[in-house]
Design a protein around this ligand. Structure first.
Ligand SMILES: C[S@@+](CC[C@H](N)C(=O)[O-])C[C@H]1O[C@@H](n2cnc3c(N)ncnc32)[C@H](O)[C@@H]1O
Length: 298
């Protein structure tokens, strides 16, 4: 256990809210396509939309780019698999008005605003796709453990036009550090390993994204490239941008920590709730220790 005092949850929430609103204001051009004015105002309350926060984490990580694949300037047919809260799809459609974007999800989307070049499609991505068209670009973000990847790559390739691109954007467990500050015997490292072990037992391994490049090649893709970015576990980096990513990511993880850790460890490894809670007391503290330079590879 570390002896440092840790920031209260309310203070983390406040810092995240203020910094996120400032970032959104600075990037109003991007958000302006579909966000209401009041949603980007600095005195917006303390309610953080986690999917929006994650979207902005990707935004800052990729320097405002929505894709890294070298797609044509004016792609015509685009598919977003498991679109969720349609932040990415709205941004993409706004930037590429000539594209017709199919936004797939199991659940019906609740678009904040009608956008003529988005078609929302309710469908199970693991089942056989029945699209009548082929796509220039297929995008899938933050869906590992939800979608069976081998099948996804097989179907993706089949539904791409010649010369088309498929892109996966995923966070990968476990957290790591490059300088040894994530001690092997720490509760944080133990927690990180347990998540991977539990998810593997449930047959949805949380470290699958490490294999995407080789699995895509096995499926028949060529010119496969992996780009690794880092999401620091807290604001430990010196660099201002990395610090901001760390702050947002800290909120992102802490907000769901208990829910997903309890679900995984009780279901897959037979842990009791009290045992999970005891582990998480130390995990929460260590996760805020800025001497630990750990990050999620993204
Ligand atoms: C974390 S959200 C997606 C986030 C979104 N892609 C993004 O990057 O902001 C996960 C979404 O996947 C959808 N989903 C889960 N399993 C699915 C499946 N098998 N087929 C299609 N959608 C699925 C859920 O309904 C949910 O909206």
């Amino acid at each position: 256990m570390c002896e440092k005092e840790y920031t209260a949850w309310e203070d983390i929430t406040k810092s995240v809210t203020l910094s996120l609103n400032k970032y959104l204001e600075q990037n109003r051009r991007v958000r302006g396509a579909y966000k209401d004015e009041e949603q980007t105002s600095a005195d917006d309350g303390m309610k953080i939309d986690r999917l929006e926060l994650q979207h902005q984490l990707f935004h800052i990580t990729l320097d405002g780019k929505l894709h890294l694949a070298p797609i044509a300037e004016n792609p015509r047919d685009v598919l977003d698999i498991a679109t969720g809260d349609p932040n990415w799809v709205f941004d993409f459609a706004a930037r590429h008005p000539s594209a017709s974007v199919v936004a797939n999800d199991l659940s019906p989307a609740r678009p904040k605003r009608a956008t003529p070049n988005i078609v929302f499609q309710v469908g199970e991505a693991n089942e056989t796709w029945t699209y009548s068209q082929r796509f220039d670009y297929i995008h899938c973000r933050q869906n590992h453990r939800r979608i069976e990847e081998h099948r996804l790559f097989e179907q993706g390739l089949k539904f791409l036009k010649p010369g088309g691109w498929m892109e996966m954007q995923e966070l990968c467990n476990p957290i790591v550090s490059d300088d040894g500050t994530l001690a092997e015997d720490s509760s944080l490292a133990k927690w990180a390993k347990l998540l991977v072990e539990a998810s593997a037992k449930l047959k949805r391994p949380a470290d699958n994204p490490r294999n995407y490049a080789s699995w895509m090649q096995e499926a028949g893709f060529t010119n496969v490239q992996t780009v690794v970015h880092k999401w620091p576990i807290n604001p430990w980096p010196e660099d201002e941008r990395e610090k901001l990513k760390g702050l947002w990511n800290l909120y992102n993880v802490l907000e769901r920590l208990e829910k997903f850790t309890t679900a995984l460890l009780t279901k897959a490894l037979g842990w009791g709730r009290e045992e999970v809670h005891a582990l998480l007391v130390d995990v929460r503290a260590e996760m805020q220790n800025e001497d630990v330079h750990a990050y999620f590879p993204v």
